[in-house]
Design a protein around this ligand. Sequence first.
Ligand code: 5GP
Length: 206
Amino acid sequence: MLNRSILTQRRGIGSRIAFVVCGPSGAGKNSVIERVMQILPGLAFSVSYTTRTRRVGEIAGRDYHYISCQEFDHLVAQKELIEHVTYLGDRYGTSFPQVMEVFGQGKDVILNIDVNGARLLRNRESTDFSSVYVFLTTSSLDILKERLQERGTENETQINARLELSIQEMKALPSFDYLVLNDTFNIAVDELRSIIIAERARIRIA
Ligand code: 5GP
């Protein structure tokens, strides 16, 4: 006989899951996330707040909400951010109301955050939602460097700082649930998509 409580837990889309995607700068997190969102229904991206300057090609409200340090302090004081960090001198944070709004719409949320933010989320005792931690990177630092150089949004010093940091970030790998290697874009997309499908089918007993 089918267990009724398990059946009600297994809701598929809208299971209130936050898919937390982390990984070094240049690994292609944004492109992979964007593609998966096009092909898999029921997902929304949480647009972070940042104090960093907008890059050419970025759109306010789509890529980030660009705010001043004072505005960021205000959000922190109002406890509007579920997690926030300083990353290479700029501040980044995830909006709690925005994440809850996505769940309210019956969708799951995708976060693109750094490893320190993921650690803060993991340590946050909460029954609001469950989180799945995905580390997305390339199989070598050389590929990362090439991608950052091709992107052309950082100078050589900034690229080296990001590469240095990614070596540190790799140390957090054991605390993640999944590793996606983005050497080949279509394979990485397929893997992230499969992870989301599988996690939506996972039996979660509250
Ligand atoms: P970028 O400046 O390249 O857009 O982002 C730098 C780093 O900040 C990336 O690793 C990105 O994942 C991370 N990041 C973006 N938004 C957030 C956020 O809201 N919280 C945290 N902790 N990290 C974020």
